[in-house]
Design a protein around this ligand. Structure first.
Ligand SMILES: [Zn+2]
Length: 145
């Protein structure tokens, strides 16, 4: 099993949470900025220069971290949206990894230049015998526009 597979298996077997943190103190490279989706680039440009670069740095880091688990390139991570837990509207639920289908759940927080990312394995991936990471299927997701 690859290192990525072992990390993924360990996370799912533990039922725990991996916590990652970092900070954005310098503008991301042009290559890293290309990792962002069109929607993320729009959000980045709507903010002040400093806040936009911090947003971009955190979202690039999220791609890099989440890509480790299934062992794919950061550019291979595509986000979608889960249905809202209160109204089931698929347009404003929490972000989820749509591809590859990983079964990972995550949450990102920001404070100034700092970011923190919590990553866990969906309950279904811990309890379903056929759901073997890194190919555990996540729930239905809707692609972000
Ligand atoms: Zn709602």
């Amino acid at each position: 099993m690859s290192t990525a597979g072992r990390e993924y298996r360990a996370l799912c077997d533990s039922g725990g949470v991996d916590l990652w943190q970092g900070a954005t103190h310098a503008p991301p490279s042009a290559a890293d900025l290309r990792l962002l989706s069109a929607a993320e680039r729009v959000v980045m440009r709507r903010r002040s220069r400093t806040d936009g670069l911090r947003y971009a740095g955190a979202h690039i880091a999220v791609r890099r971290v989440l890509a480790r688990y299934p062992g794919v390139a950061p550019a291979g991570i595509r986000f979608g949206t889960a249905p809202c837990p209160w109204c089931a509207d698929p347009r404003h639920g929490r972000p989820v990894v749509e591809a590859p289908r990983t079964g990972l759940e995550f949450n990102l927080s920001h404070a100034g230049p700092h970011w923190a990312l919590a990553v866990t394995c969906a309950a279904a991936c811990r309890t379903t015998e056929r759901a073997k990471p890194p190919f555990c299927g996540a729930g239905p997701a809707r692609r972000q526009s």
